[in-house]
Design a protein around this ligand. Structure first.
Ligand code: ZN
Ligand code: ZN
Length: 76
């Protein structure tokens, strides 16, 4: 199975179903690259719970605040 991010042919691929679609990766790093949402402010990959505001996702309440959304609290 070929990793859909880097094309590496790996005999023990990660098969991840995400939002109804099957994806094939050779490692978690590639899965994260393909699937993890990015903070709308700083572009950081969001691996845990992000903060969502009006359809945009942020890595932290700080970034949401920078983008003009206040009242969000960090969930750690
Ligand atoms: Zn890969
Ligand atoms: Zn951020």
């Amino acid at each position: 199975m070929e990793c859909e991010v880097c094309g590496n042919d790996y005999d023990k691929p990660l098969l991840i179903e995400y939002q109804g679609q099957e994806h094939t990766f050779d490692c978690f790093e590639c899965a994260i690259t393909a699937l993890a949402p990015k903070c709308a402010n700083c572009g950081t990959r969001i691996l845990g719970h992000g903060d969502e505001a009006q359809g945009q996702i942020f890595c932290s309440a700080h970034c949401a605040g920078v983008a003009g959304f206040s009242g969000l609290r960090d969930r750690i």
